[in-house]
Design a binder for this molecule. Structure first.
Ligand SMILES: Nc1ncnc2c1ncn2[C@@H]1O[C@H](COP(=O)(O)OP(=O)(O)OP(=O)(O)O)[C@@H](O)[C@H]1O
Ligand SMILES: [Mg+2]
Length: 285
């Protein structure tokens, strides 16, 4: 078995051990028994590659101006804390690790949701989450979170810079792969075996419970089509008063051919009252 195969096997074993969920989920062992999930540790071990990451440096103004409502625990963070918990529960039940965040058309709020989820996950320290800006045409996560990064995701995927050097840490348990600029051939890069190998390496090194990918809109490019086959599930973000039923229908059909749709977030709702105090609403598909 070559080194890469060993790495993949190891990542798979780590994944099975790390995803502590429904004991009826996950593959059967060769002898027909089902491996029991590991008990949730109280705290992740300190040190290792996580401790070496540069921490993000956040400005309160930036958080306010970019709708990063979940940056502090409290009423405004509730929708994203709830979304985090539902996603985690589903991921554990189904043994999922890689989740794509998509929308039918542009500007439905994917990047805003991804950044808010990063904050929500940073409040759950026993879960390790890696968030990747995989919009290789119009990356916005770094600008949204006010981070100046030297390299693009293309540099990371092509091995010109190490992910550990490039990525930033939010809290102790969230790692963010920002993206400085557009890639030269986004579609080809996303579906290349090089990218797949790099992601396997990152998975082996950081052993995340979840890996979220902020992706471009479905209907603007073919970038997602080669990549979505690699994720375990997709979260579809749609925007009230913008996404039509036809948009949603087409996106669901396209996604259905590529991966599992874990849920739909109805974003930008102006008329949601009640306890959440924030104009978005979540429901499962
Ligand atoms: N719940 C919301 N209510 C109102 N505006 C929002 C909401 N969520 C996001 N926005 C705004 O919508 C715009 C687009 O948001 P964002 O960049 O997150 O979308 P996107 O789906 O990632 O876009 P793209 O398809 O270009 O990557 C931003 O100006 C953002 O502040
Ligand atoms: Mg975006």
């Amino acid at each position: 078995m070559d080194r890469l195969q060993q790495a993949i096997e190891k990542a798979r074993e780590q994944r099975a051990a790390a995803l502590r969920g429904n004991p009826t989920a996950g593959p059967l062992a060769e002898d027909g028994t089902r491996p029991q999930p590991a008990a949730a540790p109280e705290e992740l071990p300190r040190g290792g590659p996580w401790a070496e990451l540069t921490p993000v440096d956040l400005s309160a103004r930036q958080l306010r101006n970019n709708r990063l409502m979940a940056s502090k625990a409290g009423t405004t963070a509730v929708p994203f804390d709830l979304l985090r918990t539902r996603m985690l529960h589903q991921a554990r039940q189904n043994n999922w690790r890689n989740i794509g965040i998509v929308s039918p058309t542009a500007e439905c709020g994917k990047t805003t949701a991804a950044a808010n989820l990063a904050f929500a996950f940073s409040r759950q320290p026993e879960v390790r989450m890696v968030l990747m800006d995989f919009d290789l045409r119009r990356p916005r996560l770094a600008a949204m979170m006010g981070q100046k990064v030297e390299h693009s995701m293309q540099d990371v995927l092509l091995g010109q810079v190490s992910f550990a050097e490039h990525a930033r840490r939010l809290g102790d348990n969230v790692c963010i792969g920002f993206n400085r600029g557009a890639a030269e051939s986004p579609s080809e890069l996303l579906q290349s075996t090089r990218t797949e190998k790099k992601l396997d390496e990152i998975t082996e090194q950081f052993a995340p419970d979840l890996m979220l990918f902020d992706l471009p809109p479905m209907m603007s490019t073919d970038d997602n089509f080669g990549f979505l086959g690699r994720v375990d599930a997709a979260l579809l973000i749609v925007a009230a008063e913008h996404s039509t039923t036809e948009h949603i229908d087409v996106a669901l059909r396209q996604l259905g051919e590529l991966t599992t749709v874990m849920g739909i977030v109805l974003n930008k709702c102006r008329h949601v009252g009640g306890a959440y105090g924030y104009d978005s609403k979540y429901y499962n598909s």
